[in-house]
Every structure is written in C-alpha cells, then in structure tokens.
Design a protein around this ligand. Structure first.
Ligand code: NAI
Ligand code: MG
Length: 369
C-alpha cells in the first residue's frame, strides 16, 4: 500500500491534499526533483493546498541491487497516487533499453498515459540557437502519442550471430490509439490559437501513416473551427527551424513526437528547461510529470543541473491536479528568473548553481526582492 489510511483523510479545513508519488530516479534526476519539491511546498502554502510525497527510490541503483528497476508491485504502489513526479532514469552501467523499459515505459503503458505533452517556449534571457526567432517568440506544444506506434516490442532477431542475420521491428497503430491522441490535440488547439499540424510520413510509410492521416481527417470533421494540416515529418523538421512561429499544436506518433520534442527543446535554448506531462486524460490512472532531459551523467554531482525542466513539469502537474493559479505562479517565476543572468545555469549561458536557481524561484514567488 502506498499511502497509509490516515494520509488519505482530507485535512479538516477543507484544504485540498494531493498524494504525489515521487520517483527521483538517477543522476541529476534526484537533484532537480529536490528543487521541484521545494517549489511545490512553497506554492502549496501560498495557495492553500498540501501535498504528501511518497518517495520511491527506484531506478538504476535499485536495479543494481535487486535486478529490477522497480519492485514487482511497483505499478500497484503508484496506482493510488493522484500524480507521479519523476526525475530521470539512466546510468552508464545499465543498458538504456533496460532502464527505459523497466520503469518509464511500463508506467506510461499500464496507466494508459497516451498523451505526452511537451510545451516549447522561449523564456526571457535565453537565446535560441535560431538566428531569427519570430517576433512573437516561440510558443507551441507537441502532443506525442505515448503508448504505441513505433515503440513496440513486436519483432525479433532472425539468424542471430550468422552472416545473414536480420532484425524486424513492427509498428503498432490502433484506431483507438490514434483517434484519442488526435482528438486530444484538436481539443488543445481549440483552447489555443486553433491551429493543428499533424506529423505524418504517408509518402514513404505506406500502411501505418496513411491510416493515421485517414483518422486525422475523420476526427477533424468534428472540429470545424480548427485549421489543420498534414505535414511530412522531414518537411516539418525543417519548418521547426525555418518558421516555428507558424506552429501552435503539433501532434505526432511516438517516434516522430520524440524526435520533434528534442528539436523543440533545443530551439528553446536547452534541454534542461523542457518539461513534459504523460497524461491519462480520462483520469482513470495517475498521470506522470517529468523533465524531458535524462540523467546527465556528465554533470551529476556538480550541482549545476538546470532545475527548470523539473520545476516547470511540477507546474504542469499542479495545473493537472486543479491548481492553475499555483501552476501559473511557478511558470511566471521561472520566466522572471531566467530574465536575470545571475539565475541562469551553465546550459543557458550562466554560472548559477541548481540551488541558486531554486532560491531565486522561491524568492520570486514570495515577492522577495
Ligand atoms: P541527457 O538529457 O541526460 O543529457 C544530454 C546533455 O544535456 C548532456 O550534456 C547533459 O549534461 C545536458 N543536460 C541534460 N539535462 C540538463 C540539465 N537539467 N541541466 C543542464 N544540462 C543538462 O541525455 P543523454 O546524455 O542522452 O542520456 C543520459 C542518460 O539519461 C541515458 O542513460 C539515457 O538513457 C537517459 N535518459 C533518460 C530520460 C528519461 O528519464 N526520461 C530521457 C533521456 C535520456
Ligand atoms: Mg527523447
């Protein structure tokens, strides 16, 4: 059982209380998660809600001592949480497919977190590697399909170890899986600038992608107010670089969404600031919030990891839990912080430590000069 019975009782004053399962994971995952938790506690006081954090020491160290990335009943333990906050997983001594498929992917799939939401925004004071950024800046959202598509375990090796060996990896596109994520993207576009780009590659991939396009056209019929277009992934990658101002909501299959979101994060100045939400929009299971970056073994322990991706992910979590004001206070504080050079970490051209940035964000939220 994850949360004890008394922890599930609502506090007397009617304050909302959320049960958050926290999986800091590996490397800088633990460093940036600590920052995010400080910020959550701080806004909770201010906006009159509280959180109970249930720490799960899972990840590669856990794997090295137990042989698994999480306990056998790990998913059951997480299932009673209102949300999951994750740092990053990955260690040079553990194969990446083991760490990914042992923790992140099982959570995303078991909890039907079929939307991976990745906003891209250029914060004040951060320079984009693009020579010309549109006057309105960068502000778009990538909706990545998160449970099927190209990331499937279907396939295998044939004639392993001999000269003619081969490998086959199948993509899985289901009607229900495509429909629900595309519908989510149209709904999101309605709340934003009413423009949707659907990533495809139906010229080269002749079964799954025409199917995906067909479903997009069908779903689009229910959204006459949204202007939408299909765009081949190669042209869309170029569009990200040459005309990112034309993007509002972008929906993509698992692999394409994965690649586009790293490109988006790079355009916004650093992978260290990119947040993500793995959403189960139906609310049947907890959703999971995590920075886009990995465990960054090259900077672990130096205290210089940028905590913004993790803090922004925490803000998305609070928004999802029904605390939009607290969520907005956090994102506004992040933007105020990056505008000042003394609260920028090395990845965005500064010399601040993780702790400096965290303190700056806390001070801004408190209104301290
Ligand atoms: P990475 O994101 O960990 O690091 C890429 C580069 O960006 C490194 O130079 C790193 O120092 C820098 N960086 C990343 N986050 C930063 C931050 N917050 N502040 C400052 N600099 C930051 O990706 P990489 O090197 O490909 O993978 C390292 C490990 O992380 C691998 O084991 C990989 O499998 C895992 N990984 C895990 C992810 C997850 O948990 N969701 C996502 C991506 C990678
Ligand atoms: Mg990625």
């Amino acid at each position: 059982m994850t949360f004890s019975a008394d922890q599930q009782v609502q506090p007397k004053n009617g304050q909302e209380r959320y049960r958050i399962a926290v999986v800091p994971g590996d490397g800088i995952g633990t460093e940036v998660t600590a920052s995010a938790l400080q910020v959550i506690n701080h806004v909770a006081d201010k906006y009159n809600f509280s959180c109970i954090f249930d720490h799960k020491p899972w990840g590669c160290e856990f794997f090295q001592s137990s042989g698994a990335m999480m306990p056998e009943d790990g998913l059951t333990q997480l299932s009673s949480a209102d949300a999951i906050l994750l740092g990053a997983v990955g260690h040079p001594d553990v194969a990446d497919h083991v760490s990914l498929w042992g923790l992140l992917i099982p959570i995303r799939r078991a909890f039907s977190q079929y939307v991976n939401l990745r906003p891209v925004r250029l914060f004040p004071g951060i320079s984009s590697p693009l020579r010309q950024v549109p006057p309105s800046g960068l502000d778009f959202v990538i909706v990545r399909e998160n449970t099927e598509g190209e990331y499937s375990q279907v396939g295998g090796r044939f004639s392993s170890g001999i000269r003619d060996e081969m490998a086959i990896q199948e993509s899985i596109f289901t009607r229900a899986g495509c429909e629900r994520v595309i519908r989510y993207a149209f709904d999101l576009a309605l709340k934003r600038r009413k423009t949707l780009t659907v990533a495809t590659k139906s010229n080269g991939i002749t079964h799954t992608m025409p199917f995906w396009d067909e479903i997009a056209s069908e779903v689009a019929e229910n959204y006459p107010d949204v202007e939408w277009r299909l765009m081949h992934i190669d042209a869309l990658a170029a569009k990200f670089v040459l005309d990112p101002g034309s993007l509002d909501v972008v929906v993509a299959s698992n692999l394409f969404g994965d690649i586009l979101s790293d490109l988006g994060a790079a355009l916004a100045g650093s992978i260290g600031i990119a947040p993500s939400a793995n959403l189960n929009p139906d609310g049947t299971f907890p959703s999971m919030f995590e920075p886009v970056h990995g465990s960054a073994p090259d900077i672990v322990g130096l205290g210089i990891a940028n905590p913004i991706g993790a803090i922004w992910s925490a803000s998305m979590m609070l928004d999802h839990l029904g605390q939009p004001e607290a969520a907005q206070a956090i994102t506004e504080a992040l933007m105020t912080a990056t505008a000042v050079s003394s609260s920028r970490t090395a990845d965005i051209g500064g010399t601040a430590s993780t702790a400096d940035v965290t303190t700056a964000v806390l001070d801004i939220i408190s209104g301290r000069p």
